[in-house]
Design a protein around this ligand. Structure first.
Ligand SMILES: Nc1ncnc2c1ncn2[C@@H]1O[C@H](COP(=O)(O)OP(=O)(O)OP(=O)(O)O)[C@@H](O)[C@H]1O
Ligand code: SF4
Ligand SMILES: [Mg+2]
Length: 327
């Protein structure tokens, strides 16, 4: 059975000029041991999708429809208490900003131990021992001493590690990591990503990894879902997408990725900006920025179609794109 199954997920917020449609019908699945990367520009709905899965959106004012199943069990219709228990124990979450996620007035050891005491009913000494193991697991030297320190006493990379320790403390089946390394410098980014991938391999968790970094995708993901204006516009394995995208937006993202083998060429930038989710254009939401747009693209919105080899693209001209990009 699929670990996480999202079907036709829609999230809207009330806005001054009508609803802000942040997520417009997202369907995806994550299996145990699988890493699915959600890739897309700022504002494409990646974090809101994750928040809807975690059940941490305020409903109302937000409205959430569709289906989110974990181990086959629908989460969207559960009561608050059950929902909190499942998102607390079966889903772990790592955010971009550990400083905001950790409590500044408690030591990191206390914060991890508290979760184990409340959720697992562990004794004080067992919880403390386990907290040391977890901090050691995320490769923080001298874990036994460092659990007595406060979040601000750690470097950015070390704080992300603490947050990972906290996220895996209840051994969740699914980990959602929302831009977990974006705020770090490049070498630290790579180390933290490597640690996440290693923990996932050892534990067999499914990983939903949100990023706008194609390098990270290439490094750790199995599959990719590319989001644009609240929808998935392309889905496939990492190999398929890098070998030849089937959507002009993915084509643009790849062309704008710095590559060592193209050092002297000028970097491509996708023209224009993503559409305002309160005023999505008619037809294909990418048509204003798309070099391949035709009259058909202005008139009708392409559905996400499944193509051979089980990849998918939401483009009227996916055959042309594939023909061009796979050459
Ligand atoms: N609580 C909220 N109330 C109103 N609008 C929101 C809220 N949260 C997000 N939005 C809007 O929903 C859209 C999608 O936001 P989201 O945070 O999911 O983007 P993202 O893909 O995660 O971008 P980034 O890469 O910048 O993190 C944006 O237009 C955002 O302004
Ligand atoms: S449907 Fe048309 S506008 Fe949209 S991505 Fe495809 S070619 Fe571009
Ligand atoms: Mg985000």
């Amino acid at each position: 059975m699929t670990l996480l199954e999202i079907a036709d997920l829609k999230v809207a917020f009330p806005g001054p000029s009508g609803p802000v449609n942040a997520v417009n019908g997202v369907s995806l699945g994550v299996d145990p041991r699988q890493t699915l990367a959600i890739l897309g520009e700022s504002g494409s709905g990646k974090s809101v999708t994750a928040q809807a899965v975690m059940g941490i959106l305020d409903v109302p004012p937000a409205t959430v429809t569709g289906s989110v199943r974990l181990h086959g069990r629908e989460l969207l219709t559960l009561g608050r208490k059950q929902r909190d228990r499942i998102s607390g124990e079966e889903i772990g979450m790592v955010f971009q900003d550990a400083m905001a996620a950790l409590n500044p007035v408690f030591t990191v050891g206390h914060q991890i131990a508290e979760v184990l005491r409340v959720r697992r009913g562990m004794s004080r000494s067992d919880a403390r021992r386990r907290a040391i193991e977890l901090v050691d697991r995320v490769r923080i030297p001298a874990a036994k001493d460092r659990i007595r320190e406060y979040p601000h006493q750690f470097s950015g990379g070390m704080r992300q590690r603490i947050m990972i320790a906290l996220a895996i403390s209840l051994e969740p089946d699914l980990l959602i990591a929302d831009e977990p390394t974006t705020a770090l410098d490049v070498t630290v980014q790579a180390q933290v990503m490597e640690l996440l991938a290693e923990i996932q391999r050892d534990s067999g968790m499914g990983l939903l990894l949100i990023t706008h970094d194609l390098g990270v995708v290439a490094e750790v993901a199995d599959d990719v879902a590319v989001m644009y204006a609240g929808r998935i516009v392309e889905r496939g394995t990492v190999e398929q997408i890098f070998a030849g995208p089937a959507h002009p937006y993915t084509e643009g993202l790849l062309a704008s990725m710095p590559r060592v083998d193209r050092r002297d060429e000028q970097l491509y930038a996708i023209p224009g900006a993503p559409p305002n989710p309160a005023r999505l254009p008619t037809g294909c939401p990418f048509h204003l920025r798309c070099p391949r747009a035709t009259d058909e693209c202005l008139a009708s919105r392409p559905p996400l179609r499944v193509l051979p080899a089980n990849r998918a693209s939401a483009c009227h001209h996916h055959e042309e794109v594939l023909g061009a990009t796979q050459r």
